[in-house]
Design a protein around this ligand. Structure first.
Ligand SMILES: Nc1ncnc2c1ncn2[C@@H]1O[C@H](COP(=O)(O)OP(=O)(O)OP(=O)(O)O)[C@@H](O)[C@H]1O
Length: 244
């Protein structure tokens, strides 16, 4: 049994009176794909924020990487330690080219020192994400949504993460593009990466996840294999609303 690479204990975050994440515990094994489902507003993206401290950390609770508490480790250092994330919206710098977007991210690399090394890393990250080699110099803001998503994923890959947190990579994509995202995630898993995936596109989520958790109103209400979780009455109720 592989050891846990990323763990959360009792993570909570409130926005005023709203408890967005409530006492969440989770543990992800090396090389595992953990899927995170849940209705809109159930706290999934906020959980990613708390795990990476980007853009903010938890009010309480602890995140551990390889068993080491990250309480006093700032966000940029967590990224350097190998935990990278993407965002629900394609957060790219629109007036920069694809390669310059990824080069900026490569500045955060532990290993690549100097421009030439960072350029190689950025090119490798774009290739690794399946981004077309002919479009490295295209302005990110002029790319279609799928390619902007690949630039964002490549920016995370430029940190050479051991743990990659993907926030709704399939939203707004066509079925063919979603299939390419599935194949990309499968390749990253084959390379040994650990992946946490938030996704509303359930066929993608269930296809790539070894294990699923479901959040509702900030709390984890179910966990297990995709088949177990989908059959769980509490999950059906969370999605379809409580019977009155
Ligand atoms: N920065 C913020 N300030 C105030 N409230 C916030 C903030 N971020 C999230 N929330 C609230 O916290 C709750 C959880 O939001 P979150 O975005 O984590 O949900 P989610 O499960 O990712 O939803 P979705 O599937 O729609 O992306 C929501 O009620 C949301 O409105």
């Amino acid at each position: 049994m592989a050891s846990h690479v990323l763990e959360a204990r009792g993570l909570s975050k409130a926005f005023g009176g709203l408890l967005a994440v409530a006492e969440v515990d989770l543990a992800v094994a090396e090389g595992e794909a953990l899927g995170i489902a849940g209705p809109n507003g159930s706290g999934k993206s906020t959980l990613f924020n708390l795990l990476t401290k980007v853009p903010f950390a938890a009010d309480s609770g602890t995140v551990l990487l390889d068993g080491r508490p990250l309480d006093s480790v700032p966000a940029h250092a967590i990224a350097r330690l190998g935990v990278a994330r993407t965002f629900q919206r394609e957060s790219v710098f629109p007036s920069l080219s694809a390669i310059d977007n990824v080069l900026l991210a490569a500045e955060g690399s532990r290993k690549a020192r100097g421009f030439a090394a960072r350029l190689r890393l950025a090119e490798r990250a774009l290739d690794g994400a399946g981004f077309p080699a002919t479009l490295h110099n295209a302005l990110a803001g002029q790319l279609p949504v799928f390619l902007r998503k690949l630039v964002m994923i490549a920016s995370a890959l430029a940190l050479e993460p051991r743990v990659l947190l993907l926030d709704e990579p399939a939203s707004s994509l066509t079925p063919q593009e979603i299939e390419r995202i599935r194949a990309l995630i499968a390749r990253l898993l084959d390379s040994g990466m650990t992946i946490l995936l938030i996704e509303h596109v359930l066929p993608l989520l269930t296809a790539v996840s070894h294990r699923l958790i479901v959040m509702d109103q900030g709390a984890v209400i179910a966990s297990g294999t995709p088949a177990e979780v989908i059959a769980n009455p509490a999950v059906v109720e969370a999605y379809l609303g409580k019977k009155t």
